[in-house]
Ligand binder design. Structure first.
Ligand SMILES: CC(C)(COP(=O)(O)OP(=O)(O)OC[C@H]1O[C@@H](n2cnc3c(N)ncnc32)[C@H](O)[C@@H]1OP(=O)(O)O)[C@@H](O)C(=O)NCCC(=O)NCCS
Length: 142
């Protein structure tokens, strides 16, 4: 048995292997409730006079939405824009089939308090995470 890195011309045989092997495993894991494995992503932006003031990027995998990034322009913070973007993203993610949304943020960052205010719960502490900082994993049911 040899282990090699997948080459671009081997994509088709890999897909055939997965198509053949996954159904039995999915059945063992999920029974009749097979999640939607389609990946979706979207970005919402806020603008004032054609200038971008904030953005949120969401990735949905296996029916779970992930807040990949959220950024409000410094001069627009503290005015409810972050809350508006997150709430609109939650609604769209739910429409797109997600039943839950999650994110990671620094455990001492002010974003943690912001997400707690919006109903997110800390589910795990992630030591030595991005930038070797302690982070938290937070989620919310949609
Ligand atoms: C974190 C961030 C997205 C918040 O956006 P914002 O527009 O400043 O926040 P909002 O004004 O919408 O705040 C919404 C609510 O959360 C509250 N809130 C905000 N920060 C808070 C904190 N640190 N602790 C407690 N509550 C907080 C606000 O008081 C407000 O409450 P209200 O609805 O009762 O008025 C924004 O500051 C930002 O872009 N920061 C830099 C990038 C970042 O940290 N992104 C997230 C990394 S994962």
């Amino acid at each position: 048995m040899q282990i090699t890195e997948l080459q671009s011309n081997e994509q088709n045989i890999l897909q055939s292997f997965k198509d053949k092997e996954y159904p039995a495993t999915d059945n063992e894991h999920y029974g009749d409730n097979i999640p939607d494995f389609t990946e979706k992503e979207f970005t919402l932006i806020s603008k004032e006079s054609e200038v971008i003031t904030g953005q949120i990027h969401i990735v949905i995998r296996y029916g779970i939405a992930y807040i990949d990034s959220l950024l409000i322009g410094t001069e627009y913070r503290g005015k409810g824009l972050g809350k508006q973007l997150v709430e609109m993203a939650e609604l769209k993610a739910k429409k797109d089939g997600a039943h839950k949304i999650w994110l990671e943020t620094g455990s001492t960052w002010s974003a943690r308090g912001f997400y707690e205010k919006l109903g997110y719960t800390v589910r795990a502490i992630l030591p030595n995470d991005v930038g070797h900082q302690e982070c938290v994993l937070m989620d919310k049911m949609l």
